[in-house]
Design a protein around this ligand. Structure first.
Ligand SMILES: Nc1ncnc2c1ncn2[C@@H]1O[C@H](COP(=O)(O)OP(=O)(O)OP(=O)(O)O)[C@@H](O)[C@H]1O
Ligand SMILES: [Mg+2]
Length: 346
């Protein structure tokens, strides 16, 4: 991991800001449209950190973004913009920046779009021998159980921040499966992804740097046993945004995860290989779960990890970093330094 601070740069902070009415405390359960976007507080906190060393201009990823970036001509873009709609939304900003020859933090449009499509990403990983759950992609409600292994998890094909992954996504019967597939098709206007439920412990792993200096931060266990008693064993939208609030955080993260060295080694190895196979850059967070036999599987890869500045709020990447002795500020500076090194900006 690099400690070298780049010189003072003209940086654009590319983001999408969550509208005030969609702040988590007020967000109606049905409207998770902006769940992936960052709050004004998070964007301001990252801007403040960058301003310690750089000239910073926030740029919202909207229809004016290309013109704004072209006029500003930053030397680097700090990319935290998720885009709004469609399976290629995360690739929009990197594509615009490629067109303008402006370097940015994080990976290319190819990687961002691939990781957003959970099935395609897992197929690529499976090709390289990384354990992933099997899946079926459904564009219609199934009439029979056919080849579905139950219990199963039903989720939107290309969403993040647990959008669409509800407590009810854990299905144990044909009727539940049909109900959830219908819900995904109707609400998210995209195919439903059905995977066998991996019943073991869940972990999330933050990575910082680039190969060969890629660092795996302390592993976070998602303690699903800390969910409300009636909840299904998923880190669902309810678990993330409704049951876990800053005023009363759920004790759901255990970091460093209490696991034996051999499992830690296996998880770290899978994460490093996954980062390289999918061509992630600068940072990333990988969600994993054990199956019944204790084999770690990659659930999904987040190449633009979310980070909340307030340590009172549960946020996986900052939690892992803090365990390693890295502050929120250091995460941001290291991501910039990693990108500068990769792009040859000194
Ligand atoms: N096949 C599976 N087996 C067991 N649990 C699963 C499976 N798929 C998803 N889950 C559960 O659902 C949660 C959310 O799923 P997933 O990570 O795919 O959604 P996401 O919206 O992309 O998450 P993030 O908020 O990390 O972006 C997981 O953290 C896990 O608890
Ligand atoms: Mg996830």
């Amino acid at each position: 991991m690099t400690d070298r601070r780049p010189r003072k740069l003209k940086i654009a902070l590319a983001h999408n800001v969550r509208p005030p009415e969609n702040e988590r405390t007020q967000a109606p359960l049905a409207d998770d449209r902006f769940a992936e976007w960052d709050s004004p507080e998070t964007i301001a906190a990252i801007a403040r950190v960058l301003e310690d060393h750089h000239d910073v201009t926030p740029i919202e990823l909207n229809a004016e973004a290309y013109e704004n970036l072209r006029n500003l001509r930053p030397e680097l873009v700090f990319n935290m913009a998720e885009g709004l709609e469609g399976p290629a939304r995360e690739g929009i900003l990197p594509s615009l920046l490629d067109l303008l020859h402006i370097p940015y933090t994080g990976p290319s449009a190819t990687t961002l779009n691939l990781c957003l499509h959970k099935a395609r990403a897992n197929e690529v990983l499976a090709y390289h021998g990384i354990p992933v759950p099997q899946h079926r992609i459904l564009t219609t409600v199934p009439a029979s159980l056919d080849a579905f292994a139950l219990p199963a998890v039903v989720k939107p094909l290309y969403e993040g921040s647990s959008k669409g992954v509800r407590d009810s996504s854990f299905v144990q019967s044909l009727a539940e499966l049909q109900h959830e597939v219908q819900r995904i098709l109707d609400t998210y206007h995209q195919p439903a992804l059905v995977e066998p439920f991996l019943a073991g412990r869940e972990f999330t792993v933050a990575l910082l740097g680039n190969p060969p200096a890629l660092e795996v931060l302390p592993i976070v266990e998602i303690r699903l046993d800390q969910l409300p008693e009636t909840a299904n064993p998923l880190y669902s939208y309810e678990a993330k945004w409704l049951w876990d609030v800053p005023e009363q955080p759920l004790p759901i993260f255990d970091c460093p995860a209490r696991i034996e060295d051999s499992l830690r080694g296996r998880i770290e190895d899978i994460c490093r290989r996954t980062f390289e196979i999918l061509e992630c850059a600068d940072w990333c967070r990988i969600d994993m779960r054990l199956d019944q036999t204790g084999t770690p599987h990659v659930l999904e890869v987040n190449p633009l990890p979310g980070i909340l500045p307030n340590p009172a709020e549960n946020s996986c990447f900052p939690k892992a970093a803090r365990t390693k002795g890295l502050s929120f500020e250091e995460i941001v500076h290291r991501v910039v330094a990693n990108a500068c090194e990769r792009h040859g900006i000194c």
